[in-house]
Design a protein around this ligand. Sequence first.
Ligand code: URA
Ligand code: URA
Length: 209
Amino acid sequence: MQGDGLPAGPHFQNLPELFAALEGLQGDPLAAHGTRIVISRGDPAARLMLIGEAPGAEEDRLGQPFVGKSGQLLDQILRSVDLDPARDVFVTNAVYRRPPDNRKPTPEELAWYRPYLLEMVRLIDPRIILLVGGVAALALLTEKRGITQIRGQWFDWNGRRVMPIFHPAYLLRNPSRTPGSPKALTWLDIQEVRRAFDHLRVGDAADAT
Ligand code: URA
Ligand code: URA
């Protein structure tokens, strides 16, 4: 139950059913764009889920999210706190097709895909969600404040801990590492995420005893 006041959306029994439905969507506003559906990578059993913006050219070519330059930086950020991109996270986007000319998905496109994103969250059932960039924050939290205002803050979203972080594409355009720079802030944010992730483990170990 997402309980965020939206009308009931599509409902799937399991992840393969959702993935199959995404392959055959009717009325997809981005259907004329991109060459394929790009859904996810990582471990569906992971307790940490990352939601980005939209597939880019490399993602469209290879069929996986965050495999281009941004994705490489994202993996580097994860690895800097010993999070394994293959094992510790599940990665997806707010929309599953590449928008034309690398533009951002429109609010209408985000809204159209959102019920499927919510089903993805429900079925993955992560404990922590990172919203990678302002578009992902808008898509999930329908948060209108800019990413620089909300990054690094924990939101309680339907019982899950959610944190918006800067998009790696933005960090690639702003490579300074001086204190207070987007990169320096992101490295602080990911350390806070690592602490929360470790806290989950401590809690799980306590539950098991
Ligand atoms: N940027 C995103 O937001 N997602 C991707 O999959 C690739 C680049
Ligand atoms: N704009 C975005 O959409 N994302 C960022 O991370 C920074 C600026």
